[in-house]
Design a protein around this ligand. Structure first.
Ligand SMILES: *Cc1c(COP(=O)(O)O)cnc(C)c1O
Length: 817
């Protein structure tokens, strides 16, 4: 852990120090102003990024009683008398330098891992093997970036005797920096693939960049079957090479043989040693991940016998899932290994959830090496207290011993079995439950118990992909342009407060819903962002004001109602947004209304016009570009004339998602993001990720003879002996009946298969002839493949209709990779 005085930090990083107490030591680092502050010795790094500037949040941090700030010279920030400031030319670089110095104090092996895929799994497996003999510290989760790496290194301490650090890059020039910090002694290059290829000219360039990490390692492990890696390693690394190959290429030959459907026998042969092992998987990717793990474990002295006995490799789940659970609860299930750092990250996530005032944490004994139980659990208790958890349930021998007083309510069980025997479903109600257990505790059984058992068709929402999409659209607009995110229609079918919470956390400026009740629902779930109601009906305007919702005013009827209602809210300022019609012919005032409109609004003293806007009809269609330019031109005239009548600032906006991508020159000072967030790009950009996957399972299988007809109306027919599977999804779930009879396809075992016969209300038949599928196997209705765009095309409609049409009985499951 870090433990350095401000004076020392300022000296080694050539920074200025403004502090009344230069000997004050920092032990914690905050990079996110939304973090909960743990103690007085934490420093907030004011990092400047593409989207946010950390200096803007110093005020928030100070209000939360953080008073040590690491700031950048040329930036402006509030100065408090009782606060301490380290002032550097570049905060990130200086922090990286501090962590480099910190790393240099330790002489134990540091294993550096990079490659396109598998880094985190290799790290976790290696941790698992090495922990049996060493006290190992590893990067938390996938902390492998320019800030993740120094944060990982800051965790190194005398209590450890080995470190495993992941390094990830997305463009040229980044690895050099990471290599300087990590200074690995042993290197693992997992493999090379397409990830981030758009930022590199060639594979060679990407491999050379990654190899920078290994410039001064003593030993480097890689797979010689990647020819290009093999070629380049020889010219770019002076390390002793451990080049393994299943094709007789490197200096280590590996034989793999599937023993049955589930396990593989691996035989590794080097001139000087031999490792044999049976591992519980068969896919090439897992085999490729486990071989470097075995090799490095061997280099660090884990004997072949031990390796042979350790045939169990824990499954590494990178997901954190959020679902609705029994009695109106929300369940957060973090599958990632249970260790101190990941518990901290999961608690931070729990803390962001404001939909219930009550929270429960169910935690098992913690897997962590290098720290004594008492100290470890004391720190965990401190975390639990800090996040004001209402109830703590500990499961396991150790946690029961140490964690008794960390929450107002606590209970302890010796095992998962013990807990499941004693618990009653009425023990949980209207609360958020965080479930975090070490793998051996099988917490999936608790999850099954707490989950709302609806039918087995789910719409999975990838929240990480959604954040990536948000940032993609943000990259088109300037830092000062505000962003409204459209969460109308249940966030285009993907969820309400779950999505809004993330957006609030990502600091968007506004949310917009269609109707007042949608807005009220968000307020009830603790969403405090400004919310605009786009289509307020006159009868609901009072409710809107009562719930702090701003409204769109699109005609004099609405304005009249605003006037009538405003008088009941004497001192309250009422935010309205004025819409003009510039070609849509839907809602909105027209140019001729301006004068009367201005007069009317100025007669309602409580009314404050927050923005004036219009809507474009054809931003995604290049053949309509002339019309788009004309609409914008009309809007420019109207909005200028309108806004000039007021003596305060009024925002202006006209762009929707496709507009942001294609006409960012018309961003004015605000934009409205909708479908793009949910994964549709007008430019078909690869950077826009799929966020929703409609998944189901096979519930029945039948083999039929040639000529058999299938389903209602005998519309499906087997033209040969066929295997028919049944899925528990039908048109009542939103699977449109027009997809019947082979129009639609689904994906089973990575293979696209047709829907056969007519889709029923609650069931659908598919033809799985020649596939080795069984009951319970997963079926993708749409997602990465087929995409919602493909499904929409088959139905001669637009993706909007597909994603908003998935019915509410389909359970939404949210997850973070
Ligand atoms: C729905 C909506 C949007 C968002 O449109 P997308 O095409 O989904 O980006 C923007 N503005 C208004 C007025 C809308 O109703």
């Amino acid at each position: 852990m870090l433990h350095y005085s401000l004076d020392y930090i300022a000296r080694i990083t050539h920074s200025e120090l403004h502090s009344s107490d230069p000997d004050l030591c920092i032990t914690h680092v905050y990079t996110d102003s939304r973090s909960v502050i743990r103690n007085q010795q934490g420093v907030f790094l004011a990092l400047t990024g593409k989207v946010h500037n950390g200096h803007d949040f110093i005020e928030d941090m100070y209000a939360k009683s953080c008073n040590i700030f690491w700031v950048q010279k040329n930036q402006s920030y509030p100065v408090y008398d009782d606060a301490h400031y380290i002032i550097s030319e570049d905060v990130l670089q200086s922090f990286q330098y501090l962590c480099t110095k910190h790393r240099e104090q330790f002489n134990y092996p540091v294993i550096g891992i990079t490659g396109s895929n598998g880094k985190t799994i290799v790290k976790e497996w290696l941790y698992y093997l090495l922990s049996q003999s060493y006290s190992v510290i590893r990067s938390p989760k996938s902390y492998n970036s320019q800030i993740g790496v120094p944060l990982s290194l800051s965790l190194l301490s005398d209590n450890h005797d080995c470190a495993i650090i992941e390094a990830g890059i997305s463009q040229c020039g980044e690895m050099h920096n990471l290599a300087d910090m990590i200074q690995p002694t042993i290197g693992i290059f997992t493999n090379i693939g397409d990830a981030h290829q758009e930022n590199f000219d060639t594979y060679t360039q990407k491999i050379v960049e990654k190899l920078t990490l290994f410039q001064s390692v003593d030993m480097l492990v890689y797979c010689a079957d990647y020819e290009l890696i093999d070629d380049l390693v020889h010219t770019h690394s002076a390390a002793a090479l451990y080049a393994w190959s299943t094709k007789n290429k490197g200096n280590i030959s590996v034989d793999v043989e599937a023993t049955d459907h589930q396990s593989t026998y691996i035989h590794i042969l080097h001139q000087e040693f031999e490792i044999q092992c049976e591992v519980p998987f068969v896919e090439r990717a897992s085999i490729e991940n486990v071989i470097p793990v075995l090799l490095v474990a061997h280099m660090l002295g884990i004997s072949s016998d031990v390796l042979q006995q350790n045939t169990f490799f824990p499954q590494v789940e990178m997901r954190l899932e959020q679902k609705k659970a029994i009695n109106n609860c929300t369940l957060i299930n973090d599958y990632y290994n249970s260790d101190f750092q990941s518990i901290k990250i999961a608690l931070e996530y729990l803390f962001q959830q404001k939909q219930h005032s009550r929270s429960t944490v169910i935690l098992s004994d913690v897997q962590e090496t290098g720290s004594e139980n008492e100290k470890l659990y004391t720190e965990i208790c401190e975390l639990i207290r800090m996040y004001s958890i209402s109830r703590f349930i500990g499961i396991g021998q150790h946690i029961s011993q140490y964690a008794y007083s960390c929450a107002p309510e606590t209970s302890f069980y010796t095992s998962t079995e013990d807990f499941l025997q004693s618990v009653h479903s009425s023990d949980f109600s209207q609360e958020t439950i965080l479930l975090k257990g070490a793998r051996s505790f099988s917490f999936e059984r608790i999850a099954e118990y707490l989950e709302l058992q609806t039918h087995r068709t789910v719409l999975e929402i990838n929240l990480r992909a959604m954040i990536d999409n948000l940032n993609y659209f943000r990259s088109y607009i300037s830092e000062s342009t505000k962003i409204i995110v459209m969460v109308k229609a249940f966030s285009y079918g993907s969820g309400s407060y779950e999505i809004a919470n993330i957006l609030q956390h990502q600091r968007v400026d506004y949310l917009a819903v269609a109707f007042v009740d949608e807005g009220i629902q968000l307020r009830k779930a603790g969403i405090s962002l400004p919310i605009i109601v786009m289509n307020p009906e006159t009868t609901t305007i009072k409710q809107a004001f009562e719930n702090d919702l701003e409204i769109e005013v699109y005609n004099f009827n609405v304005l009249h109602e605003v006037h009538k209602t405003a008088s009941q809210f004497e001192d309250k300022e009422i935010g309205i947004h004025i819409k003009f019609d510039t070609g849509m012919v839907r809602y909105g005032f027209v140019k001729n209304d301006i004068e009367k409109l201005i007069q009317y609004i100025q007669n309602i003293p409580q009314c404050k016009v927050r923005s004036v806007f219009s809507h474009l009809v054809g931003t995604d269609d290049p053949t309509l570009d002339d019309f788009t330019h004309a609409q914008v031109s009309l809007f420019t005239d109207i909005s200028t004339e309108f806004a000039s009548a007021f003596d305060y600032h009024i925002d202006k906006h006209i762009l929707n998602s496709a507009g942001i991508e294609r006409f960012s020159q018309y961003q004015f000072n605000m934009v409205r993001l909708g479908i793009g967030l949910y994964g549709v790009s007008a430019k078909q950009s690869d950077s826009v990720r799929t966020i929703s996957t409609l998944k189901t399972h096979i519930t029945h299988i039948q083999t039929v003879e040639t000529g058999t007809t299938i389903g209602y109306g005998r519309k499906g027919k087997a033209y040969k002996k066929s295997t028919i599977a049944v899925l528990p999804i039908g048109y009542a779930d939103g699977l449109r009946r027009l997809l019947s009879n082979g129009v639609g396809t689904v994906v089973v075992h990575h293979t696209e298969v047709p829907i056969i016969g007519n889709i029923c209300m609650d069931a659908t038949m598919i033809d799985i002839t020649n596939l080795d599928a069984k009951i319970g196997d997963e079926v993708i209705v749409f997602g990465e493949k087929p995409t919602i765009q493909e499904v929409a095309q088959k139905l001669h409609t637009i993706p909007y209709e597909i994603i908003t049409g998935i019915s509410q009985r389909v359970k939404r499951v949210y997850f973070y990779e």
